[in-house]
Design a protein around this ligand. Structure first.
Ligand code: PLP
Length: 394
Protein backbone atom coordinates (compact mmCIF):
# COMPACT_ATOMS: atom_id res chain seq x y z
CA UNK A 1 0.00 0.00 0.00
CA UNK A 2 1.34 3.40 -0.98
CA UNK A 3 1.39 5.59 2.13
CA UNK A 4 -0.60 8.79 2.36
CA UNK A 5 2.36 10.76 3.57
CA UNK A 6 1.34 13.78 5.65
CA UNK A 7 4.49 13.99 7.76
CA UNK A 8 6.67 16.23 5.62
CA UNK A 9 7.91 18.27 8.59
CA UNK A 10 9.58 15.07 9.84
CA UNK A 11 11.24 14.31 6.54
CA UNK A 12 10.41 14.48 2.85
CA UNK A 13 10.56 12.24 -0.16
CA UNK A 14 13.71 12.85 -2.20
CA UNK A 15 12.52 14.42 -5.45
CA UNK A 16 13.05 12.08 -8.44
CA UNK A 17 14.94 14.88 -10.23
CA UNK A 18 17.25 15.08 -7.21
CA UNK A 19 17.95 11.34 -7.23
CA UNK A 20 18.73 11.48 -10.92
CA UNK A 21 21.13 14.38 -10.44
CA UNK A 22 22.93 12.58 -7.61
CA UNK A 23 23.35 9.06 -9.00
CA UNK A 24 26.36 9.62 -11.30
CA UNK A 25 28.30 11.03 -8.35
CA UNK A 26 28.23 7.67 -6.58
CA UNK A 27 29.30 5.62 -9.56
CA UNK A 28 30.83 7.43 -12.53
CA UNK A 29 32.19 10.62 -10.94
CA UNK A 30 33.47 9.43 -7.59
CA UNK A 31 36.55 11.64 -7.52
CA UNK A 32 37.55 13.77 -4.54
CA UNK A 33 36.73 17.41 -5.30
CA UNK A 34 40.00 18.47 -3.64
CA UNK A 35 42.15 16.46 -6.09
CA UNK A 36 44.33 18.22 -8.65
CA UNK A 37 43.33 16.17 -11.70
CA UNK A 38 40.35 16.86 -13.93
CA UNK A 39 38.43 13.82 -12.64
CA UNK A 40 38.23 15.54 -9.24
CA UNK A 41 38.00 19.05 -10.62
CA UNK A 42 34.78 18.23 -12.44
CA UNK A 43 33.24 17.23 -9.14
CA UNK A 44 34.41 20.50 -7.58
CA UNK A 45 32.70 22.39 -10.41
CA UNK A 46 29.46 20.59 -9.71
CA UNK A 47 29.69 21.49 -6.00
CA UNK A 48 30.24 25.09 -7.01
CA UNK A 49 27.03 24.90 -9.04
CA UNK A 50 25.14 23.45 -6.05
CA UNK A 51 26.45 26.26 -3.84
CA UNK A 52 25.18 28.87 -6.30
CA UNK A 53 21.72 27.22 -6.45
CA UNK A 54 21.48 27.00 -2.67
CA UNK A 55 22.52 30.65 -2.36
CA UNK A 56 19.93 31.63 -4.98
CA UNK A 57 17.10 30.07 -3.00
CA UNK A 58 18.10 32.31 -0.07
CA UNK A 59 18.86 35.44 -2.06
CA UNK A 60 22.44 35.13 -0.81
CA UNK A 61 25.96 34.97 -2.27
CA UNK A 62 27.59 31.56 -2.93
CA UNK A 63 30.52 32.40 -0.58
CA UNK A 64 28.00 32.76 2.22
CA UNK A 65 26.98 29.06 2.07
CA UNK A 66 28.75 26.34 4.07
CA UNK A 67 27.61 22.78 3.42
CA UNK A 68 27.17 20.67 6.55
CA UNK A 69 25.82 17.22 7.44
CA UNK A 70 22.37 18.31 8.70
CA UNK A 71 20.24 21.04 10.19
CA UNK A 72 21.43 20.15 13.67
CA UNK A 73 25.09 20.63 12.72
CA UNK A 74 24.26 23.98 11.11
CA UNK A 75 22.47 25.19 14.26
CA UNK A 76 25.27 24.07 16.55
CA UNK A 77 27.95 25.55 14.30
CA UNK A 78 26.17 28.91 14.22
CA UNK A 79 25.62 29.20 17.96
CA UNK A 80 29.14 28.05 18.90
CA UNK A 81 30.66 30.35 16.28
CA UNK A 82 28.82 33.32 17.75
CA UNK A 83 29.92 32.42 21.29
CA UNK A 84 33.55 31.93 20.27
CA UNK A 85 33.57 35.19 18.34
CA UNK A 86 32.38 37.05 21.45
CA UNK A 87 34.16 35.34 24.36
CA UNK A 88 33.43 38.20 26.76
CA UNK A 89 29.66 37.84 26.42
CA UNK A 90 27.88 35.18 28.47
CA UNK A 91 24.23 35.62 27.60
CA UNK A 92 22.16 33.72 25.03
CA UNK A 93 18.54 34.28 24.01
CA UNK A 94 16.37 31.65 22.38
CA UNK A 95 12.71 30.60 22.62
CA UNK A 96 10.73 28.06 24.55
CA UNK A 97 9.56 26.24 21.43
CA UNK A 98 12.77 25.56 19.50
CA UNK A 99 13.57 22.26 17.84
CA UNK A 100 15.78 20.02 20.05
CA UNK A 101 18.73 21.02 17.82
CA UNK A 102 18.65 24.46 19.48
CA UNK A 103 16.73 23.73 22.68
CA UNK A 104 19.13 21.08 23.94
CA UNK A 105 22.18 23.20 23.14
CA UNK A 106 20.55 26.11 24.99
CA UNK A 107 19.98 23.89 28.02
CA UNK A 108 23.57 22.64 27.83
CA UNK A 109 24.86 26.23 27.76
CA UNK A 110 22.65 27.11 30.75
CA UNK A 111 24.31 24.28 32.72
CA UNK A 112 27.77 25.34 31.60
CA UNK A 113 28.32 28.92 32.60
CA UNK A 114 26.05 30.87 30.27
CA UNK A 115 22.91 32.79 31.13
CA UNK A 116 20.20 31.62 28.77
CA UNK A 117 16.84 33.35 28.33
CA UNK A 118 14.10 31.13 26.92
CA UNK A 119 11.53 33.57 25.56
CA UNK A 120 7.94 32.37 26.12
CA UNK A 121 5.15 32.23 23.56
CA UNK A 122 1.43 32.94 23.96
CA UNK A 123 -1.51 30.55 23.59
CA UNK A 124 -1.23 30.90 19.78
CA UNK A 125 2.48 30.15 19.76
CA UNK A 126 3.47 33.77 19.06
CA UNK A 127 6.73 35.04 20.49
CA UNK A 128 6.62 37.43 23.47
CA UNK A 129 8.66 40.21 21.85
CA UNK A 130 8.52 42.46 24.92
CA UNK A 131 10.11 39.70 26.97
CA UNK A 132 12.80 39.25 24.35
CA UNK A 133 13.69 42.94 24.04
CA UNK A 134 13.61 43.42 27.82
CA UNK A 135 16.32 40.76 28.17
CA UNK A 136 18.49 41.84 25.23
CA UNK A 137 21.63 43.42 26.70
CA UNK A 138 25.23 44.33 25.98
CA UNK A 139 26.13 40.92 27.42
CA UNK A 140 24.01 39.08 24.82
CA UNK A 141 26.30 37.17 22.44
CA UNK A 142 23.69 35.50 20.29
CA UNK A 143 19.94 35.34 19.74
CA UNK A 144 18.74 32.13 18.07
CA UNK A 145 15.11 31.87 16.98
CA UNK A 146 13.43 29.50 14.60
CA UNK A 147 11.86 31.02 11.48
CA UNK A 148 9.00 28.49 11.42
CA UNK A 149 7.94 26.05 14.09
CA UNK A 150 8.11 22.41 13.05
CA UNK A 151 5.08 21.36 15.14
CA UNK A 152 2.62 24.20 14.55
CA UNK A 153 4.07 25.97 11.51
CA UNK A 154 3.88 29.31 13.36
CA UNK A 155 6.25 31.90 11.88
CA UNK A 156 8.41 34.14 14.07
CA UNK A 157 9.14 37.71 12.88
CA UNK A 158 12.84 36.92 12.62
CA UNK A 159 13.71 39.69 10.18
CA UNK A 160 12.34 42.40 12.48
CA UNK A 161 13.98 40.86 15.54
CA UNK A 162 17.32 40.57 13.71
CA UNK A 163 17.39 44.36 13.18
CA UNK A 164 16.96 45.07 16.88
CA UNK A 165 19.45 42.39 17.90
CA UNK A 166 22.01 43.74 15.45
CA UNK A 167 21.69 47.29 16.77
CA UNK A 168 22.47 45.89 20.20
CA UNK A 169 25.67 44.29 18.89
CA UNK A 170 24.60 40.65 19.20
CA UNK A 171 24.66 37.96 16.53
CA UNK A 172 21.31 36.77 15.16
CA UNK A 173 20.92 33.16 14.06
CA UNK A 174 17.76 31.56 12.71
CA UNK A 175 16.88 27.88 12.47
CA UNK A 176 15.08 28.15 9.13
CA UNK A 177 14.92 24.40 8.51
CA UNK A 178 11.12 24.46 8.14
CA UNK A 179 10.91 27.83 6.40
CA UNK A 180 13.30 27.30 3.50
CA UNK A 181 11.38 26.45 0.35
CA UNK A 182 8.05 27.39 1.94
CA UNK A 183 8.43 31.12 2.60
CA UNK A 184 10.34 33.60 0.45
CA UNK A 185 13.75 34.42 1.92
CA UNK A 186 15.98 37.27 0.73
CA UNK A 187 19.12 37.39 2.83
CA UNK A 188 20.39 40.40 0.87
CA UNK A 189 17.47 42.38 2.31
CA UNK A 190 17.61 41.45 5.98
CA UNK A 191 20.02 41.61 8.91
CA UNK A 192 20.10 37.94 9.84
CA UNK A 193 23.71 36.86 10.41
CA UNK A 194 23.37 33.10 10.18
CA UNK A 195 20.69 30.72 8.93
CA UNK A 196 20.43 26.93 9.14
CA UNK A 197 18.71 24.67 6.63
CA UNK A 198 18.45 20.91 6.14
CA UNK A 199 18.31 18.90 2.92
CA UNK A 200 15.84 16.23 3.99
CA UNK A 201 13.15 18.78 4.86
CA UNK A 202 13.07 20.05 1.28
CA UNK A 203 13.19 16.94 -0.89
CA UNK A 204 16.97 16.46 -0.80
CA UNK A 205 18.44 13.45 1.01
CA UNK A 206 19.14 13.05 4.72
CA UNK A 207 22.69 13.77 5.81
CA UNK A 208 23.22 17.12 4.12
CA UNK A 209 22.49 20.64 5.30
CA UNK A 210 23.80 24.14 4.92
CA UNK A 211 24.66 27.12 7.05
CA UNK A 212 24.40 30.63 5.66
CA UNK A 213 26.96 32.97 7.20
CA UNK A 214 26.67 36.62 6.20
CA UNK A 215 29.82 38.00 4.65
CA UNK A 216 31.83 39.81 7.35
CA UNK A 217 30.37 37.80 10.24
CA UNK A 218 33.05 36.53 12.62
CA UNK A 219 33.17 32.78 12.26
CA UNK A 220 34.96 29.85 13.88
CA UNK A 221 34.63 26.36 12.38
CA UNK A 222 32.89 23.65 14.39
CA UNK A 223 34.75 20.83 12.63
CA UNK A 224 38.46 21.53 12.38
CA UNK A 225 40.22 19.59 9.66
CA UNK A 226 40.98 20.00 5.99
CA UNK A 227 40.56 23.16 3.98
CA UNK A 228 37.13 22.16 2.62
CA UNK A 229 34.37 24.77 2.55
CA UNK A 230 36.97 27.50 2.41
CA UNK A 231 38.45 26.33 5.71
CA UNK A 232 35.13 26.71 7.51
CA UNK A 233 34.15 23.03 7.78
CA UNK A 234 36.69 20.21 7.61
CA UNK A 235 35.80 16.85 6.17
CA UNK A 236 35.56 15.48 2.64
CA UNK A 237 32.38 16.75 1.08
CA UNK A 238 29.18 14.70 0.91
CA UNK A 239 29.42 15.19 -2.84
CA UNK A 240 26.21 13.49 -3.96
CA UNK A 241 24.27 14.96 -1.03
CA UNK A 242 25.47 18.47 -1.78
CA UNK A 243 24.61 18.09 -5.47
CA UNK A 244 21.19 16.79 -4.41
CA UNK A 245 20.69 19.77 -2.12
CA UNK A 246 21.58 22.15 -4.94
CA UNK A 247 19.02 20.51 -7.22
CA UNK A 248 16.40 20.50 -4.45
CA UNK A 249 17.04 24.21 -3.84
CA UNK A 250 16.48 24.93 -7.52
CA UNK A 251 13.24 22.91 -7.49
CA UNK A 252 12.07 24.57 -4.25
CA UNK A 253 12.48 28.01 -5.79
CA UNK A 254 10.42 26.90 -8.79
CA UNK A 255 7.73 25.22 -6.65
CA UNK A 256 7.34 27.83 -3.91
CA UNK A 257 4.32 29.30 -5.68
CA UNK A 258 2.66 25.86 -5.78
CA UNK A 259 3.47 25.33 -2.11
CA UNK A 260 1.65 28.56 -1.27
CA UNK A 261 -1.37 27.94 -3.50
CA UNK A 262 -2.19 24.26 -4.19
CA UNK A 263 -0.54 22.80 -1.09
CA UNK A 264 -1.99 25.53 1.12
CA UNK A 265 -5.46 24.98 -0.38
CA UNK A 266 -5.26 21.24 0.41
CA UNK A 267 -4.08 22.02 3.95
CA UNK A 268 -6.95 24.47 4.43
CA UNK A 269 -9.51 22.01 3.08
CA UNK A 270 -8.22 19.24 5.34
CA UNK A 271 -8.24 21.49 8.38
CA UNK A 272 -11.60 23.19 7.79
CA UNK A 273 -13.44 19.98 6.96
CA UNK A 274 -12.04 18.13 9.98
CA UNK A 275 -13.02 21.04 12.25
CA UNK A 276 -16.53 21.02 10.78
CA UNK A 277 -17.03 17.28 11.10
CA UNK A 278 -15.36 16.62 14.43
CA UNK A 279 -16.64 18.30 17.61
CA UNK A 280 -14.14 19.50 20.24
CA UNK A 281 -11.34 19.98 17.73
CA UNK A 282 -9.18 23.08 17.33
CA UNK A 283 -6.08 24.32 15.56
CA UNK A 284 -2.89 24.72 17.58
CA UNK A 285 -1.01 27.90 16.66
CA UNK A 286 -1.71 31.25 15.03
CA UNK A 287 -3.71 30.36 11.91
CA UNK A 288 -2.85 33.69 10.28
CA UNK A 289 0.93 33.58 10.45
CA UNK A 290 1.77 30.03 9.60
CA UNK A 291 3.55 27.80 7.07
CA UNK A 292 1.32 26.89 4.12
CA UNK A 293 1.77 23.12 4.60
CA UNK A 294 1.30 22.56 8.32
CA UNK A 295 -1.78 21.96 10.44
CA UNK A 296 -1.65 20.92 14.07
CA UNK A 297 -5.08 19.95 15.29
CA UNK A 298 -6.09 19.07 18.84
CA UNK A 299 -8.81 16.45 19.14
CA UNK A 300 -9.87 16.72 22.74
CA UNK A 301 -10.23 13.69 25.00
CA UNK A 302 -8.41 11.18 22.80
CA UNK A 303 -4.84 9.89 22.72
CA UNK A 304 -2.77 11.10 19.78
CA UNK A 305 -0.95 7.76 19.67
CA UNK A 306 -4.23 5.87 19.28
CA UNK A 307 -5.25 8.16 16.43
CA UNK A 308 -1.92 7.54 14.70
CA UNK A 309 -2.27 3.77 15.07
CA UNK A 310 -5.78 3.76 13.63
CA UNK A 311 -4.81 6.06 10.76
CA UNK A 312 -1.87 3.77 10.06
CA UNK A 313 -4.35 1.03 9.13
CA UNK A 314 -5.27 3.19 6.14
CA UNK A 315 -1.65 4.05 5.41
CA UNK A 316 -2.05 7.61 6.68
CA UNK A 317 1.21 8.97 8.13
CA UNK A 318 1.21 11.96 10.50
CA UNK A 319 2.75 12.89 13.87
CA UNK A 320 1.33 13.35 17.33
CA UNK A 321 1.99 16.25 19.66
CA UNK A 322 3.32 14.00 22.36
CA UNK A 323 6.72 12.55 22.89
CA UNK A 324 7.18 9.21 24.55
CA UNK A 325 9.76 9.98 27.22
CA UNK A 326 10.68 7.16 29.57
CA UNK A 327 7.47 5.28 28.94
CA UNK A 328 5.07 8.07 29.82
CA UNK A 329 3.33 10.17 27.21
CA UNK A 330 4.25 13.80 27.74
CA UNK A 331 2.72 16.51 25.59
CA UNK A 332 5.45 18.12 23.47
CA UNK A 333 7.39 21.05 24.93
CA UNK A 334 5.91 23.23 22.17
CA UNK A 335 2.28 22.57 23.12
CA UNK A 336 3.17 22.87 26.80
CA UNK A 337 4.86 26.24 26.18
CA UNK A 338 1.63 27.36 24.46
CA UNK A 339 -0.39 26.26 27.49
CA UNK A 340 -2.54 23.98 25.39
CA UNK A 341 -4.74 22.18 27.96
CA UNK A 342 -3.58 18.68 28.78
CA UNK A 343 -6.69 17.02 27.31
CA UNK A 344 -6.14 18.80 23.99
CA UNK A 345 -2.33 18.49 23.82
CA UNK A 346 -2.66 14.74 24.28
CA UNK A 347 -4.89 14.40 21.26
CA UNK A 348 -2.91 16.69 18.97
CA UNK A 349 -1.97 15.54 15.50
CA UNK A 350 0.34 17.35 13.12
CA UNK A 351 -0.41 17.04 9.42
CA UNK A 352 2.33 18.36 7.17
CA UNK A 353 1.83 18.29 3.41
CA UNK A 354 4.05 18.61 0.38
CA UNK A 355 3.74 19.11 -3.37
CA UNK A 356 3.55 15.33 -3.72
CA UNK A 357 0.17 15.13 -1.98
CA UNK A 358 -3.03 14.91 -3.98
CA UNK A 359 -6.60 16.05 -3.46
CA UNK A 360 -7.68 12.36 -3.41
CA UNK A 361 -5.39 11.68 -0.46
CA UNK A 362 -6.83 14.62 1.46
CA UNK A 363 -10.35 13.38 0.71
CA UNK A 364 -9.48 9.97 2.09
CA UNK A 365 -8.24 11.46 5.37
CA UNK A 366 -11.38 13.60 5.60
CA UNK A 367 -13.45 10.43 5.16
CA UNK A 368 -11.52 8.16 7.52
CA UNK A 369 -10.60 10.38 10.44
CA UNK A 370 -13.99 11.50 11.86
CA UNK A 371 -15.18 7.90 12.54
CA UNK A 372 -11.78 7.10 14.08
CA UNK A 373 -12.11 9.98 16.54
CA UNK A 374 -15.70 8.99 17.30
CA UNK A 375 -14.71 5.40 18.02
CA UNK A 376 -11.83 6.42 20.24
CA UNK A 377 -13.98 8.86 22.18
CA UNK A 378 -16.54 6.19 22.88
CA UNK A 379 -13.76 4.25 24.59
CA UNK A 380 -12.32 7.28 26.40
CA UNK A 381 -13.29 7.76 30.06
CA UNK A 382 -12.40 11.46 29.72
CA UNK A 383 -14.81 11.88 26.84
CA UNK A 384 -17.78 10.25 28.62
CA UNK A 385 -17.04 12.39 31.68
CA UNK A 386 -16.87 15.53 29.56
CA UNK A 387 -19.99 14.55 27.64
CA UNK A 388 -21.74 13.83 30.95
CA UNK A 389 -20.69 17.21 32.29
CA UNK A 390 -22.12 18.85 29.18
CA UNK A 391 -25.41 17.01 29.61
CA UNK A 392 -25.80 18.05 33.24
CA UNK A 393 -24.84 21.61 32.34
CA UNK A 394 -27.59 21.64 29.75
C1 PLP B 1 14.30 18.76 11.31
C2 PLP B 1 14.63 20.03 12.00
C3 PLP B 1 15.93 20.29 12.47
C4 PLP B 1 17.03 19.27 12.40
O1 PLP B 1 17.47 19.00 11.11
P1 PLP B 1 18.31 17.65 10.85
O2 PLP B 1 18.79 17.79 9.45
O3 PLP B 1 17.36 16.52 11.04
O4 PLP B 1 19.41 17.64 11.84
C5 PLP B 1 16.18 21.50 13.06
N1 PLP B 1 15.21 22.42 13.18
C6 PLP B 1 13.96 22.23 12.75
C7 PLP B 1 12.95 23.30 12.89
C8 PLP B 1 13.63 21.02 12.14
O5 PLP B 1 12.38 20.82 11.72
Amino acid sequence: MKPIYLDNNATTRVAPEVVEEMLPYFSTYYGNPSSMYTFGGNVAKKIKEARAKTADLLGAQPEEIIFTSCGTESDSTAIWAALRANPGKRHVITSNVEHPAVKNLGEYLARNGYRVTFVPVDRQGRLDLDHLYAHLSDDTAVVSLMWANNETGVLFPVEAVAERVHKRGAVFHTDAVQAVGKVPIQMAENKIDMLALSGHKLHAPKGVGALYVRRGTKFAPFLLGGHQENGRRGGTENVAGIIGLGKAAELAAAKMEEENTRVKAMRDKLEQTLLERIPNAMVNGDPADRLPNTSSIAFEFVEGESILLMMDEFGICASSGSACTSGSLEPSHVLRAMDVPFTAAHGSIRFSLSIYNTEAEIDLVIEKLPPIIERLRKMSPFWSEAAGACRTAV
